[in-house]
Design a protein around this ligand. Sequence first.
Ligand SMILES: Cc1cc2nc3c(=O)[nH]c(=O)nc-3n(C[C@H](O)[C@H](O)[C@H](O)COP(=O)(O)OP(=O)(O)OC[C@H]3O[C@@H](n4cnc5c(N)ncnc54)[C@H](O)[C@@H]3O)c2cc1C
Length: 412
Amino acid sequence: MAQRPRRTSRSQAREEALAAAAVVRVPARCDVAVVGGGAAGLAAAVAAAESGASVVVLERGLACGRTILATGNGRCNFMNSALCGPAPAWERYNDPAFVAATCGAGFGEEVLGFFEDCGLAWAEEDGGRLYPLSRQASSVREVLLARAARSGVVLAPAREVTDVSMSRHEVRIRPHFEADFPSKRGLMYTSLVYAAGGGEETARSLGLSCAAFEPVLCSLACAAPAGVALGELDGRRAHVVARLVRDGREVARDVGEVLFRGYGLSGIVVFDLSRHARPGDVVSLDLTCGLDRERARELAGAAGSCAGVLDPVIAGALGQDALDQALDLRFVVQGPAEPERAQVTRGGLLTGQFDPATLEARERPGLFACGEALNVDGACGGFNLAWAWKSGLVAGRAAAGRRAAGNEAERA
Ligand SMILES: Cc1cc2nc3c(=O)[nH]c(=O)nc-3n(C[C@H](O)[C@H](O)[C@H](O)COP(=O)(O)OP(=O)(O)OC[C@H]3O[C@@H](n4cnc5c(N)ncnc54)[C@H](O)[C@@H]3O)c2cc1C
């Protein structure tokens, strides 16, 4: 009889991962240290190593690339085709000018070329969303880790960086692992790529200005329209036109799926609206998804109810004048809901402090930043990962270039 594979408990898996991390030798000196082994950090590390630099990635978690696994519901919507072509959709970012200056024309093509060279196949779904052909986020992670290994990057998990000090010529880091202290001087590198995502403490320790962190791409806590019991709708989904209205003016609009929750609204369209929403704004839903009003009424007349136009459960919760309500169902925003489950943290290092062409801090030569650590966020649909990859490539190459410049100066 075939033997069942041995199951490991969580604590056992953790111990094994820690033991594997402990045997990684962190080089005391090398050209580029990348802080954070997520999407942007791995792209930066590969780009720096392939430009000839020696590279170490210091990652707080027990393995690199784990954040990628949770994306796109485990399927990883890693890019959006709207970023390809002569006019990439810069407007899908909070800071279009900075993103355009960093990514330039050919943004999407470069990201796709990078993944093609990694050996990834992909497929396009609605709204230009690109997923790995396998529809498994682990495909994206595996091909990245393999490329990092091939290019000689040292991946050092279980290394949280809490203390960074910089002089004109080098960066000094004190990670937590005792074994990583060959001398009291800590670890010394020529350049540092800060790719630690949307966290607060270390970003502030870099001595640069940060915008306050806040969750975006999240559900919204809302007050329901009078007479509508949100509890009855909890878990129902509908395809809608959703508008965010402030003082009677439309601030944002999207078409897609909404998920009703007991506390308010969720689903991809709501995630997108949450990037612009403030308490007191109104989310207006057209549950007929733009169907002509007269036509909707005719169909309801023919059916003797609005069951042919609306989800009957939702229609039942809306009561007598369900169809009229469904054309403009108004929820008042109270604030973000479940912020710990937000897809993106807005805030972080202010972009004005960085040269957009290299992502090097103007006042801190040798310090580069990329990904969500910078105050850049994008819409749902692959725009955030696209920024993480491309900004990582830009920062990684530029960080490696600094080493080359240093070598030339030494030779001269
Ligand atoms: C549930 C979920 C689903 C998502 N789905 C999508 C999607 O489908 N498409 C899309 O485009 N975007 C998606 N996003 C957003 C996307 O994941 C992020 O924009 C992207 O991961 C940012 O990449 P990053 O490398 O900047 O940060 P991260 O991926 O967060 O990586 C940062 C890394 O730094 C490490 N770190 C932090 N602090 C330290 C420290 N002090 N020392 C050492 N290491 C440190 C962290 O452990 C982490 O590994 C999703 C986000 C979430 C949460």
